[in-house]
Ligand binder design. Sequence first.
Ligand code: TRP
Length: 435
Amino acid sequence: MVDEPGQPPALTTLSLAEKAHEKQPVNQVVTPFDVSGGVDEHGKLLPVDYDKLVREFGATPITPTLLERFEKVTGHRPHRFMRRGIVFSHRDLTAILDRYEKGQPFYLYTGRGPSSDSMHVGHTVPFEFTKWLQDVFDVPLVIMMTDDEKYMHSAKVEVEDAKRYTKANVKDIIAVGFDMKKTFIFSDFDFIGGAFYENICRMAKRITINQVRGTFGFNDSNNIGEFHFCATQSATAFATSFPQIFGTDRKKVSSIPCLIPCAIDQDPYFRQCRDNAEKMKYKKPSLIHSVFLPALQGPGSKMSASVDVSAIFMSDAPSRIKNKINKYAFSGGQETAELHRELGGNSKVDVPFQYLTFFLEDDAELESIRKSYESGELMTGEMKQRCIAELQTYVQGFQERRAKVTDEIVAEFMRPRSLEWKGNPNPVVAETTKK
Ligand code: TRP
């Protein structure tokens, strides 16, 4: 994702600020390397318009009907991210539900571009969701650490830095709670070779420079590593890249697809992957997309690993969390207590409320907080208090698990090996195969 240490999430924000000054409207841009909602005609930074994005990308919104099917097929109530539109669109999720229903194999694939020594709460969102999917489906999961991508894309990151970030971030990822028996985490620098590299080359041969320019907005100044990396991220979506997990029967393994939970900015990679998959005689990956957690500064800004006060970091102490929310969290409350009581707060732009939407499990409680805030009963300070408590609990639980992640545990997660999983315990057997 778009955040690098020591570099302001820079060019976009700077050039946007300039444009804002010139008062020229600017369209939103969302690629893996650039996320911004654009600028309106009054020079105001805009939040990302996700509905527009879904239309432009040609993805499919997640509807209540799809959620009902999810619940029916898996026997699990959809995750709060799904219920609340945080996980909001998909590609071919139904194909995965069909397979699960019949007990046919598939796997989960997600990843992270390691870019700092500690992840922030925004980074953990797709991983929290992935862990839940792993628990629900009971299938193998591969987590790709794109240290090569981060190296190639950033002037300041050396190979050694990227490797160090990988180690630290893998500990953070493990602390989310993944099941070691079902999870393989790898670093591109370490794992590329063998069957995986063969797939990278199969993919690379089918991608032209023109396509990459169009899909990612690259130009002649991008280095050739950036162009090539597109094939690397795609090749992880094919089960034949992992003979250790799925075996070496190419014909059988070629038919195993994956489901990729990711933030929407990663979609361009997988659009390209899906365009080529069938030509390579592989299954197209399915995708399930999440929105971004807003930065403390509110709509139109974004969390950055390099700007400490833009985000709550998973390494922040309880007092730091309290201080950041109280001092920096953008409020949808009114100027004075009197006005607030009279007019009520705006929960749509209120950052503490947005964070509660991500992290507070209880739907009824969330709804009652929203109502009393909007009616002016719940004050800004009280909203902040509630958010601080929730985030402190979340981060503390994380830190306790993180403290137990030893180098040996990391090494085991990252060792190429076979995994153990069961899939659907009660598959619906197709009529034709029933005796
Ligand atoms: N490119 C992603 C990033 O910079 C990392 C990544 C690789 C990824 N494969 C993925 C993210 C699959 C989500 C799903 O963070």
